[in-house]
Write a protein that binds this ligand. Structure first.
Ligand SMILES: [Zn+2]
Length: 312
């Protein structure tokens, strides 16, 4: 292409842009992460039709729905697990769009809310529910007060949006509302939904209050942020690397008895073998065999197969 043609093209583009109506508030942003969506793995999943465009719902196993917030850069995934008499909502998402109306379209059963941990991107809809169960830790109790706008404002900047905000959502007023934990959980607590029992596995590391949920009969493990296919955040002050490695060892020990692993970001279904790779990656970080890429700002990214460990 010659320079003059580029010039002509630019001029034509400028005229075209000038003739466009004023941009609405919700502009599809061309950030890198957004341009790469949808992730190819989603094409193989069973989509469940729902009128709310904010959540994309997938049936990832009988009675298990992944609720994916793919219009926001966290690409957070909450899970609705449906038994015969009760349902369990594992995480309540970003709090950008109310999640309870969606849950009520998917099930009429009473809903128990359990969080994988109390980081803001997993507890946004907690306040919409009356039955919220968590570990009784000072760390969690602090978060029950919610997160004010300044703490989460970054998440609703234009570069973190892909598509449109929900109708009526005001980014400048975004915050995580306080909630109240109504029941206490411990490592080993079993929550029976009738036809399905979930067992709490404490996996401190990413945060002190991180838990996984194990369904032994269905051979499923819901892992929260302990594993997901992407850069796993292990650099925040509340992350304890030694504890994380112990927790990963514990989960990796279950890998051979599992059929499905459900992470809380990016893609809802992972192979249990990922837990063994995660264990291996952690061991290689500590042995010095895996060399980090130093990111701007000094964080160390240890890249492994299909994921990375992002450390301080
Ligand atoms: Zn987290």
């Amino acid at each position: 292409m010659t320079i003059s043609r580029v010039g002509a093209l630019t001029a034509a583009l400028a005229i075209a842009l000038l003739s466009l109506p004023a941009q609405p508030q919700n502009i599809p942003y061309s950030a890198d992460w957004c341009r790469k969506l949808p992730r190819p793995q989603y094409a193989r999943l069973e989509r469940v039709a729902d009128p709310d465009p904010w959540f994309q719902v997938y049936r990832v196993a009988p009675g298990v729905f992944a609720l994916y917030e793919g219009h926001q850069a966290e690409e957070v995934i909450s899970y609705l697990i449906v038994g015969r008499k009760q349902a369990l909502l594992f995480d309540t998402g970003m709090g950008i769009e109310p999640i309870r109306p969606l849950i009520e379209r998917l099930t009429r059963l009473p809903v128990v809310v359990v969080n994988s941990h109390s980081h803001y991107d997993h507890v946004g809809g907690n306040h919409e529910f009356s039955d919220v169960r968590s570990l009784d830790l000072a760390y969690t109790r602090q978060h029950e007060k919610g997160y004010e706008h300044a703490m989460v404002a970054e998440e609703v900047q234009p570069e973190n949006l892909c598509g449109a905000w929900p109708l009526g959502f005001v980014p400048a007023k975004y915050s995580i509302q306080p909630w109240k934990a109504t029941h206490e959980l411990h490592d080993g607590t079993r929550i029976a939904l009738s036809g399905r029992t979930l067992e709490v596995i404490a996996v401190p590391g990413h945060t002190p209050d991180s838990i996984a949920l194990l369904d032994r009969a269905h051979r499923q493990l819901f892992v929260g942020d302990t594993f997901y296919p992407g850069p796993i955040w292990l650099f925040v002050p509340e992350t304890d690397w030694r504890a994380y490695r112990r927790s990963v060892d514990r989960l990796a020990g279950m890998a051979r008895s599992l059929r499905q692993v459900f992470p809380a970001h990016n893609v809802p279904v992972a192979s249990p073998a990922e837990l063994l790779r995660l264990q291996e990656a952690g061991a290689q970080v500590d042995s010095g065999n895996l060399k980090p890429v130093i990111l701007p700002g000094g964080r160390r990214e240890y890249r492994f197969h299909g994921f990375s460990l992002l450390l301080r």
